[in-house]
Design a protein around this ligand. Structure first.
Ligand code: WQD
Length: 327
């Protein structure tokens, strides 16, 4: 089996590519390198192209004998999506729809899709279940939901089957700290904490401590990126064994606050995280974490790493390179 991985030069994509290869599959990565890093692909077969380029995708499928796909390639900056919706609809939605049509015409009919818990918006309840209403609060989230729905129609009108994985908060670095997030392009908490603790930024801004949560700061479900990677392999195995299309939350089912992330970082690094409480960030919800019983029951998947593994791998990654990023 050869797995095509779109966006495999990115943070989650590169770590998942390595895990898929380690599971015994051949891979080929297709990425524009617009946001990804060529070095993150390592010695995996690589094609620099856009998923919307039908000829490049078809050539890649034929030359590498692709029979399944993990589709990561997308823009993912929530704020940018609100400032430039056209860029996000064109790249994320139209690009994905062109990819799926090319795959269908080539007879490739198994797709694992990188979706997001952001499709729930402000969740109706926590833990969040897949059956809970979606209520996108950003163009980014809407593009992910539109792609889920597109896959749903391909499942109804063709032999294509898919697993949509709704990620909660992906965090951490590869277990050997050789792959990780580039903090230059991330607005997420953990890279911002690492930048502050390593002295590469002024004090971390804690966006509000007046939420109705135990310590007043925002609570999220942080899942280690290596556990997220193994969920993709479980999804590929599900489809390869004839499993039906499904949409699953991928989270730990545990909530962790901003102050708890800071405390864990100080404990593990032995350094203080300079931080200041500022006003809430527009659009933030107070707490969200996953009901991940479906992915556990259906795929037999379990997260194996904990908060300290997230923090220690992120700290090892960011402190191990000049400027904290791949460069
Ligand atoms: C986490 C918590 C912030 C930064 C986003 C996207 C979502 C998904 C994951 C792609 C919140 C607080 C953060 C900082 C802070 N991305 N925070 N200071 O907002 O839960 O989800 O990333 O799928 O689509 O919306 O993640 O890491 O930005 O915030 O206090 O400098 O940390 O208020 O409580 P979020 P986050």
């Amino acid at each position: 089996m050869t797995t095509l991985i779109t966006g495999g030069a990115g943070y989650i994509g590169s770590i998942t590519t390595r895990a898929i290869r380690a599971s015994g599959r051949a891979v080929v990565v297709l990425d524009t390198l617009e946001n990804g890093h060529r070095k993150a692909v390592g010695d995996a077969p690589f094609v620099q192209a856009d998923v919307a380029d039908a000829d490049a995708v078809r050539r890649t499928v034929e030359e590498h004998g692709v029979d399944e796909v993990v589709h990561f390639a997308a823009y993912k900056a929530v704020g940018e999506s609100m400032a430039n919706p056209g860029k996000y609809f064109a790249n994320n939605v139209t690009g994905s729809q062109r990819l799926f049509e090319t795959l269908r015409s080539c007879g490739v009919d198994r797709v694992v899709f990188s979706s997001t818990a952001a499709v729930y918006g402000t969740p109706a309840r926590v833990p969040v279940r897949e059956s809970d209403p979606t209520d996108c609060e950003s163009v980014y989230a809407e593009t992910k939901l539109m792609i889920e729905k597109t896959l749903g129609w391909y499942a109804r009108t063709s032999t294509m089957r898919s697993v949509c994985l709704r990620y909660f908060n992906a965090a951490g670095a590869s277990d050997d700290a050789t792959l990780g997030e580039d903090w230059r392009f991330s607005e997420n908490l953990v890279p911002h904490v690492m930048k502050a603790v390593l002295g590469h930024s002024p004090a971390l801004k804690v966006f509000g401590n007046d939420y109705p949560t135990p310590d007043g700061t925002g609570v999220r479900d942080y899942i280690h990126v290596e556990d997220l990677a193994s969920a993709h392999i479980a999804a590929l195995d599900h489809l390869a064994s004839g499993g039906a299309s499904v949409t699953c939350n991928v989270g730990t089912g545990q909530g962790t606050s901003v102050l708890e992330i800071i405390a864990a970082t100080e404990r593990i690094s032995g350094r203080k995280v300079p931080h200041q409480i500022v006003a809430r960030r527009a659009g933030d919800v107070s707490e969200v974490w996953a009901d991940s019983s479906l992915v556990r029951d259906l795929f037999g998947w379990e997260p194996r790493r904990h908060l300290d593994d997230i923090i220690s791998s992120a700290y090892a990654w960011h402190s191990g390179r000049p400027g904290g990023h791949r460069g």
